[in-house]
Write a new protein. Sequence first.
Lengths: 510, 341
Amino acid sequence: MEANQNAGNSVPLLSVRGIYKSFGLNAVLKGIDLDVMPGEVLALIGGNGAGKSTLMKIIMGIYSHDKGHMSMNGGAVALNRPSDALARGIYMVPQEPLLFPNMNVEENITIGFDRGKAELHRELVDTMAEIGWNLDLSRKASSLSIAEQQLVEILRGILRHARLLILDEPTSALTFDEVKSLFRVVRDLREKGIGIIYITHRLAEVFDIATHVAIMRDGTITIQGPVAGFTREDLVKGLLPPDAEGSVQVRKAGEPSVDYAADPVLELDGFSGYGFSDVSLKVWPGEILGVAGVVGAGRTEMATTIFGMDKVLGGRVLLNGRDITGKRTRQVIAAGLNYVPEDRHLNGLFKICDVAANTTSASLFGGALGKVLLNRRAEYDITEKYVKNFRTKVTGHDQLTGSLSGGNQQKIVIGRSLATNPGIVILDEPTRGIDAAARGDVYSIIHQLREQGLSILLISSDMEELVELADRVVTMYQGRINAEFQKEDINQDNLTAAAFGIVEQEAKGA
Amino acid sequence: MNAVKKVLKAREMTALLFLAALFVVVGIINPAFLADSRNVANCFNDSVVYILIAVAMAFAIFIGEIDVSVGSNLGLVAAVVGTMLQDGKNWFLAFFIGILMGTVVGLINGWGVAVMKIPSLIFTLGTNGILRGLMYLQVGTKQVTDLPIAFKGASSYALFGLPLTVCFFCVLLAAAAIHGVLTRTKRGRYFIAVGDNAGGAELVGIPATRTKVLAYVICGMLCAVAGILFASRAGQVTSQSGNGYEMKAVAACVLGGISLSGGVGSVVGAGVGAVIMASISALLVFMGFSSNFDSAITGVILITIVVVDALVQRRAAVRNRHARLAARTNAPAGGKEAAEQ
């Protein structure tokens, strides 16, 4: 355990070279090179699924890498388990703090140490005095706010003499004042020579707090260097795929156009709930309205709240002019709205039931399947219709859904929600985690539905997907809608910038 | 710090007050109960087996799991040790083999739950069946009744004419020692930590899997000791011995303030809960009811506490989630970016 100040200035604290990692056939990291110097705050930016978390988990020793090597202070290191990383002075503050809710603050900070209690207590008190934090050490962790929990996590790292601190989206659940005090701490730590990897979704923070920046996209690092060398536009460009410029205006002509003079199918008016606030939007018949944003922007919360799964805090939801605000899920389905959740495994599928049971499971309440006994014939017909239409690859209606591929599972979930004959469907990240071929199939299903006059609210973090499918896009940022783009303005540049919070100037001007 | 300790103790205090209130109420209904101090003392003396098994169960619950094989583990050890003593084998050899057996059972449970990651209820239900089956083979239809007098008397031995037995004090001392290890030592805190937040424990370098296996090993070992005490106190072992003790043990734990979701509570609480559990059937008799109500009442107590606990926890979870989501939207949505440029 060397003192953290003494690390040489020319030798990187942590150096990562040629890291590859695959999960099954899915290559998540494709040759990552990254250096962190002492006293450097490296902002790591990237969209969802870019591989940031995987890389951090490899550095923390939670995952092993397939290829490549890491060194610290010039010497090669093997980080095979979290205790290895901790022993070498790496500490990660996870996005959702992993405290022990039933222990008090001091116990939370000092657990897992090999040093004496009294010594630790003294050091803890000294450290807190030094950085000017005032935290009651005897409070139970479950009573702490998220910001306080993060402070506890950071204290853990400092007390462990961490020389490299990883902060994973530390501001995502903080209020403005809390963000300011966190930034002060980060600056303090930087002056002490601690290296910091700062993962964020907010580009503005990069210029606020970071000395260096690296952008990850699709398992590679596209841009890396001192912050001073980049503008926001450079960063946005780094987040986009290389052919993005070309794809700006490739939208197909000849699609049926939406009749914006008609009455909207779905209308949100000042709609607020937990995680989103004051959302107003309209969806017209036969329209695909994209909802862009980064994870945590409040999109899923908005959808589940419309769908009657969480409490409404304000505003109204009108479906075909009827007020369905705060209705139960069953009533919302009956009124003609259905929701296909983001996480098929958690909320969507009955994995150990067969294809037929899954397809028709949402239709059980109506009379379509018989009053008391199941009408096997009807079940067969409905299932056959969706299996055929969607080209779902199944061995038979009796195949267990859990044994299907991700893409085919997704088709079943979409089929199930359509089997209730809704007027509008909310699709939440419909192509997340499925392969390219299945993605194409899902796109053509969505096109097909639109042609049939169904309205779709398409929540997606995949900007390409929105460019491909949406008639109109709104972006959500920190729980509010911060921009709206008409068809001709939908391109990856605009959407990415707005999703990362850079919108005020451009959007108002446009 | 003292204030904190008081708060922490509150959970066990509730159980202790409940126990005292129980004695008083029974004393009011039937004054004969409190008239003879031996009645109260017997409640404590009878509780030694329950205390050990509740502490054993507490280890499984601390880490967020459960062990429903404790009753059969206890029974099998009692049967094997009893048979050996009946056959005139060396006491210490018999004890050693009994404790070894219980420990191995714990190791198997720990492997299944922590290493193979099988849901603990299912895995230990399986071991429970196996152990009970082995017991039928060991004891058969005959009973183990011919235990040495000295062995039977050992657990009832009392010094200086005290109403409480030496055995009770020993168990009390053991529970206090375990409590000390769990709360005062670094490694001791690991059990609670793993149950409180397994992912977080891993991240601060606590070996979660190893800690879980160790919890089951200790659990099995304590069951074995409880089995030996059971044989001594009951003076006989049948193929049904120890049946239903798992529910008593779980009830004792939750009654003593241990949360079934893990990470909360102490073995002291489990011990107090165990005394209550042990007293129920005696108290029923004093109140003029049949002791056959015992099992039903235990079940009612268990479910009542667990349901209340679940409601409290669910509300806290929803509140935390909402607070987190609300914090996101409260951040100023506009203007901040522009102001900083």
